[in-house]
Design a protein around this ligand. Sequence first.
Ligand code: SF4
Ligand code: SF4
Length: 156
Amino acid sequence: MSDPIDRKGLAKRFWERKPLNKLSDKEWEALCDGCGKCCLNKLEDEDSGEVALTRVACRLLDDETCRCAQYPIRHQFVPECIVLKPENLDTHAYWMPQTCAYRLLWQGKPLYDWHPLISGDPDSVHKAGVSVQGWTVSEFETPEEEWEDHIIEEPI
Ligand code: SF4
Ligand code: SF4
């Protein structure tokens, strides 16, 4: 599969040399590994604040490509979908998937070798079994009271 994210012409390992708030838009976008896990529905424990991801996917997620089927106009259908930016990462990092590049860098951790920026292959995230490819269930067909039965272990 060709890479839907333009990662050409970027400085080698730019994420190790610049803080997140100094990245260009292109560098910021290139950090996304394309796993699709941030498009899974989550359950949050009100008391402990713990977040669990479920295999119940957002209605717009295509779990073959692991991409949003309507990204440019998604807010018409899913108004609550966030636009992640360096300025709001502090607010959102706690619920982001544990393998998410934004969360890893926010925590001061390195990226995994399967990240397309390191492997040079957009499919390496799928080959490593880290993406949602082929294993989500529909939120239309899964009532919210059953989401607990679909909690996934992380990192996978
Ligand atoms: S979890 Fe992070 S790396 Fe994966 S698709 Fe979402 S933003 Fe990209
Ligand atoms: S609207 Fe698109 S980007 Fe937002 S959570 Fe759903 S599938 Fe993901």
